[in-house]
Design a binder for this molecule. Structure first.
Ligand SMILES: *[C@@H]1O[C@H](CO)[C@@H](O)[C@H](O)[C@H]1NC(C)=O
Ligand SMILES: *[C@@H]1O[C@H](CO)[C@@H](O)[C@H](O)[C@H]1NC(C)=O
Ligand SMILES: *[C@@H]1O[C@H](CO)[C@@H](O)[C@H](O)[C@H]1NC(C)=O
Ligand SMILES: *[C@@H]1O[C@H](CO)[C@@H](O)[C@H](O)[C@H]1NC(C)=O
Ligand SMILES: *[C@@H]1O[C@H](CO)[C@@H](O)[C@H](O)[C@H]1NC(C)=O
Ligand SMILES: *[C@@H]1O[C@H](CO)[C@@H](O)[C@H](O)[C@H]1NC(C)=O
Ligand SMILES: [Ca+2]
Length: 524
């Protein structure tokens, strides 16, 4: 091909299929020979608002590069690219560090990436993933460095970066770097993130609807204040390992017994005994069956307080007025590591309480209680809640939103994604959000990835990109939707061992076992 004149509309109509570049063949153009020097010259030539270019370097395929910040020492680069490191002052007390990775073989698309937990870590694995799929990809440190919450202490603007601003900066500044380097603006812009990254993607659609044409937001940490509350309350229900103060505490080996019993009661509700509960909402788990009695002397069993704790965690969390604050822990999710049940406050919720909500580094988890939900609702630091059904601006400008949630997610209950769908549906008065927003529930998948289910569909890193086709890769499916108008009805996942696949259904469709075909299918 080698054309260098563009009519984006025309070309995207012709070539929207994700396998094909929107435009290609730098290799044939004189421009390519200049890319090396062009990349290096960005340091001195690029002048962008509030922004300092720290370094720009040309990186060969298969390199390991060193990184700034404390999160990791080196990062892998698998395709040849121009790497631009920069920071942007968002206020006089806050700054976002970011990197733009600009692949030689660019298909004209921009991709912004999110973060995880309370994280202030540039997501290098996803920079590598995005560029391998030919996106010009940008990731930021979310306005602070490291995994903990200490950088938020007494820094409301740093909290603002985390709550809503870092991704906006990434989009606004990142797009300008892309244009300066390639000499062309991007065609379409995308976003990919999970967990906190899912919340950031949701926040982008709500607050900055112009930033992205398409968003993949996985297992979003939306309704953030109540998520923190739920995490802490569930931890308190289970208690600490001291038997005298916490008779409800359930040690790790007993959780295995609970997980087995959940499976015994609910695995075959979906018609197949496969270690996966397709719809945990249909599982009415009775922990009482594990209650110790003389009759079952030798098998492991639960005390009354332990059964009572389980009853609470497998029920939604309500406030004193009977208002639902957060959905229940999914039965089945106890089979995955759950740090809220180990008898200590989780780092993410504990640091948020200490450094953002209470401004008290001595905060004692054992004093945690319902009053803190009220306090968090009042403060709502930086507008972190991200629980707003009005996505009309994003919808009206033609934005497309794909979200997914593993149904054995032990960090963020999958029921919350259904709840957010219903909230948007009610707010916009749209019984079905199919025209711009689709939620895929993924049986047997844990937080963002892993688990016995078909947990690979291109959502995270290279490893999840088991099959490079929009039918099996949610990011490529999004590209088809945005550029070709082809909305994904299903997403096919591949298991970790690569040996089998399963179709994932969009909410509110159900995943139904078809005994004749020996496979699941989606039913309205
Ligand atoms: C960003 O802030 C730092 C520290 O306040 C300052 O030294 C620097 O000049 C600022 N950079 C830009 C581009 O505004
Ligand atoms: C630059 O900084 C000013 C003030 O600190 C802010 O109002 C403006 O939005 C910033 N621009 C960008 C692109 O971040
Ligand atoms: C920082 O910005 C705030 C608000 O824009 C302003 O009130 C304050 O004086 C500035 N501080 C410094 C040290 O420039
Ligand atoms: C703690 O500080 C943050 C700003 O960093 C503020 O929003 C919050 O209200 C403070 N919390 C309390 C309990 O005063
Ligand atoms: C949603 O937001 C738009 C502005 O983006 C506003 O015009 C509209 O009234 C809002 N709708 C609802 C239901 O709040
Ligand atoms: C997917 O596409 C990328 C980029 O074109 C390529 O490097 C990779 O080998 C492909 N992977 C598979 C599994 O086909
Ligand atoms: Ca099953």
């Amino acid at each position: 091909m080698g054309f260098l004149t563009f009519d984006f509309k025309f070309i995207s109509k012709l070539l929207w299929t994700t396998g094909l570049p929107l435009f290609s063949a730098w290799t044939e153009s004189p421009r390519f020979r200049d890319q090396h020097s062009k990349c290096l010259s960005l340091v001195s030539h690029l002048k962008l608002e509030n922004t300092t270019i720290i370094d720009a370097s040309y990186v060969a395929a298969g390199s390991k590069v060193s990184t700034l910040g404390t999160c990791q020492d080196t990062a892998d680069v698998n395709v040849p690219l121009c790497r631009v490191q920069f920071f942007t002052n968002t206020t006089n007390t806050s700054v976002v560090h970011a990197e733009a990775w600009l692949p030689d073989e660019w298909y004209g698309r921009f991709l912004g990436l999110g973060n995880g937990g309370l994280g202030g870590c540039i997501d290098y694995a996803h920079l590598d993933y995005g560029t391998s799929l030919h996106f010009a990809t940008v990731a930021s440190n979310n306005g602070h460095d490291g995994q903990g919450g200490a950088p938020f202490f007494g820094k409301p603007e740093v909290i603002n970066d985390f709550a809503f601003r870092a991704i906006h900066v990434e989009a606004v500044i990142g797009k300008q770097i892309v244009e300066a380097y390639y000499g062309l603006p991007h065609s379409k812009s995308y976003y990919l993130g999970c967990s906190t990254g899912g919340r950031q993607g949701t926040q982008a659609a709500l607050k900055f609807p112009e930033d992205f044409d398409g968003i993949v937001a996985g297992a979003p940490a939306t309704d953030f204040n109540h998520l923190v509350h739920w995490t802490n309350m569930l931890g308190r229900y289970i208690g600490t390992p001291e038997p005298e103060s916490s008779p409800s505490f359930i040690p790790a080996e007993l959780w295995e017994v609970v997980a087995k019993e959940v499976m015994r009661q609910c695995d075959d509700l979906d018609g197949v005994q496969d270690g996966i509960i397709t719809d945990p909402d249909s599982c009415d788990f009775r922990a009482e069956s594990l209650l110790c009695s003389d009759a079952v002397a030798d098998s492991p069993c639960l005390t009354e307080p332990q059964v009572e704790a389980l009853r609470k965690i497998y029920s939604p969390l309500y406030d004193r007025n009977g208002e639902m604050l957060y959905p229940r822990f999914d039965p089945g999710a106890e089979s995955m590591p759950a740090d809220m049940f180990i008898g200590e406050v989780t780092e993410r919720a504990g640091d948020w309480m200490k450094y953002v909500v209470l401004n008290d580094t001595e905060f004692d988890f054992r004093d945690y209680g319902p009053k803190y939900a009220v306090l968090m609702d009042q403060i709502n630091p930086g507008g972190i809640a991200t629980f707003d059904g009005n996505m009309s601006a994003f919808r009206d400008r033609g934005g497309k939103f794909l979200t997914y949630h593993g149904r054995i997610d032990s960090v963020i209950a999958s029921g919350n994604s259904k709840r957010v769908y219903d909230l948007i549906s009610r707010t916009l008065g749209m019984p079905s959000l199919d025209s711009f927003y689709r939620l895929f529930l993924v049986p047997g998948m844990s937080h963002c990835t892993f688990g016995p289910g078909a947990s690979r569909f291109g959502q995270v890193r290279q490893e999840s990109n088991a099959i490079n086709a929009s039918s099996h890769n949610i990011l490529l499916a999004l590209v088809d939707w945005v550029e070709g108008g082809l909305a994904p009805d299903t997403i096919i996942g591949t298991t970790e061992d690569g040996k089998s696949t399963r179709v994932h259904c969009r909410y509110p469709h159900r995943s139904v076992w078809d005994a004749e075909k020996g496979a699941f299918r989606c039913e309205e």
